[in-house]
Ligand binder design. Structure first.
Ligand SMILES: *Cc1c(COP(=O)(O)O)cnc(C)c1O
Length: 352
């Protein structure tokens, strides 16, 4: 603390990212990174961009990347916003789109960056409890006291997805709706299909999970042009160049290698099913996952002990001590088949 801090800094409760330990031979299943990483086309594009042009600023409008993403999703370039990770895209959306009179609703068990952005921008928040089965109940969001809504689809850390028809019921209420599709590549239906019809819908995507590029920091949002213009106005009041030349080159190349994307995604989805069967075989209850992680609790309880036991064996998963309702769950990223086997063997040896 310091007397030089502004009042808002005093009031912040910053987000705490999952740890990135520097240990050799770690089985790292704690932050939902993709075990396969970028394909050779992406690495070649980044290498080719690593040249004397780095003395020049990148394109502040990132037009080539926005056009590439627009073509990929069948929208127009002025319906695409890009940023330094989808976290930055979401932050700008909070600043650009959310009014401050009525609260922003989001699930009480969800991505913990949402309340952090509310704190940063002075936006009132309204956590909405998940149903008993941990699903999002859209009816709870159709309350006129709510000014806007955000949720991940699939939700994190549950991994559970909502259908497009359910999402449409909320979007039809005409409040701003942000659908955070960080994990959509692994199974859920994308709400991008609704963008043409609804001027109040913004859908965010990340290259960190499905495209194995967490280290490159690229995310984007799709919405009708006036919403994108709002985000661009905020971005151009903050940082003209959030994406550097290497990130732009790598991201464009990622959309050019559909085969790599599909193959690695299929492997993750297949391993997810192996992981779920392995966990269920040992007495875990696993929530239905449409993501590249599973959320599971053992019938004996003791998630904290299981977490500590795995850690001693060099296997890192994520345990949330709070809220109470999820304190007996572990969130486990889907890794390679070898990593999954190491996890299952370690759990078996622990004789739960
Ligand atoms: C990982 C994640 C993000 C952020 O992704 P980046 O593009 O890496 O910033 C956003 N939302 C959810 C729900 C996530 O899990």
């Amino acid at each position: 603390m310091s007397t030089y801090w502004s009042p808002v800094v005093h009031s912040l409760t910053p987000y705490v990212p999952g740890e990135q330990p520097r240990m050799a031979n770690l089985v790292k299943l704690n932050t939902n990174e993709n075990p396969y990483g970028p394909g050779p086309a992406v690495l070649a594009a980044i290498a080719a961009a690593n040249n004397d042009d780095l003395r020049l600023y990148p394109d502040p409008t990132a037009l080539q990347l926005r056009q590439t993403i627009a073509d990929y999703h069948g929208v127009a370039a002025d319906e695409v916003f890009v940023g330094n990770g989808s976290d930055e895209v979401l932050a700008h959306a909070f600043g650009a789109l959310l009014r401050h009179e009525r609260p922003l609703a989001f699930p009480d068990i969800s991505y913990s960056f949402y309340p952090v952005y509310c704190g940063l921008y002075g936006i009132a928040s309204r956590p909405v409890a998940l149903a008993a089965d941990f699903s999002i109940r859209i009816d709870d969001y159709l309350d006129p006291a709510i000014g806007a809504a955000i949720f991940p689809n699939p939700n994190a850390p549950t991994g559970m997805a909502l259908s497009l028809a359910e999402i449409q019921r909320l979007v039809a209420a005409r409040i701003p709706v942000l659908v955070d599709e960080a994990y959509v590549d692994f199974g859920a239906e994308s709400a991008i299909a609704l963008v043409k019809k609804y001027p109040n819908l913004l859908v965010s995507h990340s290259l960190s999970k499905g495209r194995g590029l967490a280290g490159l920091r690229v995310g984007y949002a799709i919405g009708q042009a006036p919403l994108i213009e709002a985000l661009t106005r905020v971005k151009d009041s903050f940082n003209s160049y959030p994406l550097d030349r290497l990130a732009l080159a790598g991201a464009v190349a990622s959309f050019g290698d559909e085969a790599w994307f599909r193959q690695t995604r299929a492997k993750v989805v297949a391993t997810r099913e192996t992981l779920i069967r392995g966990l269920e075989g040992m007495g875990f209850e696993v929530l239905p996952s449409a993501a590249n992680f599973v959320f599971a609790r053992h019938t004996s309880g003791h998630a904290a002990e299981i977490n500590a036991n795995l850690r001693e064996k060099g296997i890192i998963v994520r345990h949330f001590a709070r809220p109470e309702r999820i304190s007996n769950f572990l969130r486990i990223t889907v890794g390679t088949d070898e990593q999954t086997a190491a996890l299952i063997n370690a759990l078996r040896a622990a004789r739960l």
